[in-house]
Write a protein that binds this ligand. Structure first.
Ligand code: SF4
Ligand code: SF4
Length: 353
C-alpha cells in the first residue's frame, strides 16, 4: 500500500472512531522574526525547543491518541532548521496545516510539498496597513509573493487574516481579492488573553484598543454577508455553523460549550500540553497515553467546559463541531480530504507508468 493510500485509510478510520480528540495545535517554536502589534509571542521568545526526534515521538503519540488534524504553528515554525523533516513526518500521519507569517514559505518551499495546507497570515490588502500590523516593512509584498509562488507550484495555500477593528470594514474586500485569485480564505479573530490562570501555558494575544472589535453590529453584518457569500464561493473555508455562532456571539449569545482537552488540545515548544493556551499545562505530550483517560483530565474537561474566557476561532470551531452530529460532519470533511489524497495518489501512479 502506498503512503498516500495508507494515510487516507488511517485518517478515515480515526475520523470515524468516536470518543477521541480530533485536533491538535503544536506551537513547535517560540521564535519569531515579526513583531506584530497585537501579539505577545515575539516578546517572550525562547530558544529552547524539543529536538527533531522528540517532536517525531510526540507526533506518533498524537496519532495513536486519535488526532486527525494537526496545525503546526509558533512563533514561525518555518524558522526551525529541521522543519522539512518534521512536516514530512507529520504529513504522513495527519491532515497537516502549517502557519507562516509570509516571510519564510517562499524560501522553504521544498519543505512544504507534502503538507495538506499552508496558511499565510495577511491582515489587509492595504499594503501600508498590513505592514503596520506586522510591524515589518515589506511584509505585504513578501507574503503576497509567497502566496503566488506556492499557488503556482500546486501547493494548497490559503490566506488567514485576523479580523479586528482595524480591518473589520475591509474583510469582504480581502475575501473577494484572494478568493478571486483562487486562494481560499480562513479567518482568525483578534482576541487577547484574559487569563484567570497565572500559570497559563503561554500568551498569544496582547490587549490593544486599536484591535478590539467595538462595532458589534458591523461584525453581525459581516457574518451575515459571509454566510450569503459562502453559498456561491467555495473558497470561504469557515463553516456556516461557525459563522452563525460568531454572529450570535456579537449579539451577546454564546451558543456552545468549550470542548478543550476533549476535541482538541495544544502542545507548546517544550512539549507541554493543555486544553488551550490560556490554562496551565497539564503534563507533557509524552504523558498523554497514561493521562488521557485519567480522573485528573476529566476534572479539567469539566472546568474547560464551563469556561467562556476566550473567542479564539479555532477553539470555537473545534468546540462547535464536537457534538455527535458535528463529529460526523468533521468525519465527512476528512473523508473528502481522504478521497482527495487517494485521487492524488492514483494520478501519481498513472503518471509513473
Ligand atoms: S502574530 Fe505570529 S508572526 Fe506576528 S509576532 Fe506573533 S507569532 Fe510572530
Ligand atoms: S473558552 Fe475554552 S479555549 Fe477559551 S480559555 Fe476557556 S477553556 Fe480555553
Amino acid at each position: 500500500m502506498t503512503s498516500g493510500i495508507k494515510k487516507a485509510a488511517s485518517i478515515a478510520a480515526r475520523s470515524l472512531t468516536p470518543g477521541k480528540p480530533h485536533h491538535a495545535q503544536w506551537l513547535i517554536t517560540r521564535k519569531c522574526n515579526y513583531r506584530c502589534v497585537g501579539c505577545n509571542v515575539w516578546k517572550e521568545q525562547d530558544r529552547k525547543e524539543l529536538s527533531t526526534e522528540e517532536v517525531k515521538k510526540g507526533l506518533d503519540i498524537l496519532r495513536d491518541l486519535g488526532i486527525v488534524e494537526l496545525v503546526v504553528s509558533g512563533g514561525d515554525p518555518l524558522l526551525r532548521d529541521d522543519i522539512g523533516e518534521i512536516l514530512d513526518y507529520a504529513s504522513d500521519r495527519f491532515v497537516t496545516t502549517v502557519y507562516d507569517n509570509g516571510s519564510m514559505a517562499a524560501k522553504k518551499i521544498d519543505c512544504l510539498r507534502k503538507v495538506d495546507f499552508v496558511a499565510i497570515s495577511i491582515d489587509s490588502i492595504d499594503e501600508a496597513k498590513n505592514d503596520y500590523i506586522k510591524a515589518v516593512p515589506g511584509a505585504w509584498k513578501k507574503a503576497t509573493q509567497a502566496v503566488e509562488n506556492l499557488h503556482r507550484e500546486g501547493i494548497n495555500v490559503s490566506v488567514t487574516p485576523t479580523i479586528s477593528q482595524k480591518n473589520l470594514y475591509e474583510i469582504i474586500d480581502i475575501t473577494n481579492y484572494f478568493t478571486g485569485k483562487g486562494i481560499p480564505v480562513w479567518f482568525c479573530l483578534y482576541s487577547y488573553d484574559m487569563s484567570v490562570d497565572a500559570n497559563q501555558l503561554f500568551r498569544i494575544g496582547k490587549a490593544n484598543d486599536e484591535f478590539v472589535i467595538t462595532d458589534k453590529q458591523a461584525m453581525v453584518k459581516l457574518c451575515d454577508s459571509l454566510i450569503e457569500m459562502k453559498k456561491e464561493n467555495k473558497r470561504i473555508l469557515m463553516t456556516t455553523k461557525l459563522l452563525k455562532a460568531l454572529r450570535n456571539l456579537y449579539e451577546d449569545k454564546r451558543t456552545w460549550q468549550c470542548q478543550a482537552l476533549k476535541n482538541f488540545l495544544v502542545v507548546d515548544h517544550l512539549g507541554r500540553i493543555a486544553g488551550c493556551h490560556n490554562h496551565n499545562f497539564a503534563g507533557s505530550v509524552f504523558d498523554l497515553p497514561k493521562k488521557w483517560k485519567s480522573q485528573e483530565f476529566d476534572m479539567l474537561r469539566k472546568t474547560y467546559q464551563d469556561c467562556t474566557q476566550c473567542n479564539y476561532l479555532c477553539y470555537d470551531f473545534y468546540s462547535l463541531h464536537g457534538s455527535p452530529r458535528g463529529h460526523l460532519s468533521l468525519a465527512m470533511d476528512q473523508w473528502k480530504n481522504a478521497k482527495f489524497l487517494l485521487k492524488k495518489e492514483k494520478t501519481k501512479l498513472l503518471n509513473s507508468g
